[in-house]
Design a protein around this ligand. Structure first.
Ligand SMILES: C[C@](O)(CO)[C@H](O)COP(=O)(O)OP(=O)(O)OC[C@H]1O[C@@H](n2ccc(N)nc2=O)[C@H](O)[C@@H]1O
Ligand SMILES: Nc1ncnc2c1ncn2[C@@H]1O[C@H](COP(=O)(O)OP(=O)(O)OP(=O)(O)O)[C@@H](O)[C@H]1O
Length: 293
């Protein structure tokens, strides 16, 4: 029988805010509203931040943050968890509230959508906690208002994402889901807006994501160059990953600085993680796999 202290109370709900990875990110043009039109294959890691919550019948939204990256954030109204909770409360016009705990496992402002995933996990958790039904299109609109990556994070499954981030199409790629994935961050935060501002405005062509081979040979992350200009350590991460055995692909995710590598098997990933950890102990690494629906 499990120890009673280890059992979560029945009224406590838990969601994982899965890390997002852009296997390819093609920037096509700068739009009149300042955002960029993208074509990207999004996948999600099997790991991420943890969000738990219980109902607060007084109607308050309360957030505490713990975990390895807690100190990079504050729990005030600008936190994406708080913003998502308030947005849903306002949309529903509900009197219900929640006490939330975010365990921050993912580095902040690092290209893997940690804040976006937290916002999406908050929406999922509160819909369950408050036992409400929100039309998918309404939820998507609330999500987009919180950030370009948030709509894709709601389902957290492999998708082709275009537009500013609001056009979503579920998309399987044979052999991708379940594949071992190592994520590495050199410990520098980069601003997404600053990286987009450094893009050279050259359209290098559309994305074809019909096979892993195509993603490897023809896929790109067009933000790698401007991100490396702001954070040169990203080039060191990519060089280190590309030097590992058993690797299919190494690339930067989102606007950086986190890079990911896909490996043929767990043994190759484990060896690479150990080698990188020994050489650069100050870098953050996460061994995971691509989440399947
Ligand atoms: C780079 C990606 O992570 C790829 O998945 C996303 O496009 C960024 O998503 P996000 O962090 O949710 O970004 P937002 O919070 O919506 O936007 C931050 C800033 O990034 C720039 N931005 C973002 C998305 C986009 N399609 N074009 C942009 O130019 C804008 O300057 C914007 O003010
Ligand atoms: N709960 C949260 N977790 C992480 N960042 C948050 C959170 N709430 C607000 N933020 C703010 O959001 C910004 C970055 O968010 P996020 O982690 O989604 O971006 P990212 O990792 O750069 O992802 P991408 O470049 O792929 O969009 C940071 O500036 C951070 O201060």
């Amino acid at each position: 029988m499990p120890h009673p202290d280890l059992e979560a109370p029945a009224d406590l709900l838990v969601e994982t805010a899965y890390a997002k990875v852009n296997v390819a990110l093609h920037v096509r043009r700068r739009r009149d509203d300042g955002y960029h039109a993208l074509e990207s294959l999004f996948v999600f890691a099997d790991h991420g931040d943890r969000l738990e919550g219980e109902a607060d019948d007084e109607g308050a939204i309360d957030l505490v943050i713990d975990g390895p990256f807690a100190t990079a954030l504050d729990a005030g109204p600008r936190n994406l968890v708080m913003r998502a909770a308030k947005a849903l409360q306002d949309y529903l016009g509900t009197e219900r509230g929640a006490r939330l705990r975010l365990t921050k496992m993912l580095p902040v402002a690092s290209g893997i959508g940690g804040g976006s995933a937290d916002a999406a996990a908050t929406l999922r958790l509160l819909v369950r906690l408050w036992d409400v039904r929100v039309e998918p299109a309404e939820l998507a609109a609330l999500a987009l208002d919180l950030g370009s990556d948030v709509p894709a994070c709601v389902a957290s499954v492999t998708q082709i994402v275009s537009g500013r981030g609001e056009e979503l199409a579920r998309h399987g790629v044979a052999g991708l889901e379940g594949r071992p994935m190592l994520m590495v961050n050199p410990g520098v935060a980069v601003s997404t807006a600053a990286v987009f501002a450094g893009w050279d405005r050259q359209d290098r062509g559309p994305l074809s994501a019909d096979s892993i081979e195509r993603l490897v040979t023809q896929g790109r992350n067009d933000l790698e160059e401007p991100a490396i200009a702001l954070a040169p350590a990203i080039a060191d991460v990519l060089a280190m990953l590309n030097g590992q055995a058993g690797l299919t692909l190494a690339r930067m995710s989102g606007s950086g600085a986190t890079c990911f590598a896909l490996f043929d098997d767990d043994v190759a990933m484990g060896r690479a993680a150990a080698a990188i950890g020994a050489d650069r102990p100050e870098w953050w690494t996460m061994e995971t796999r691509i989440r399947s629906a």
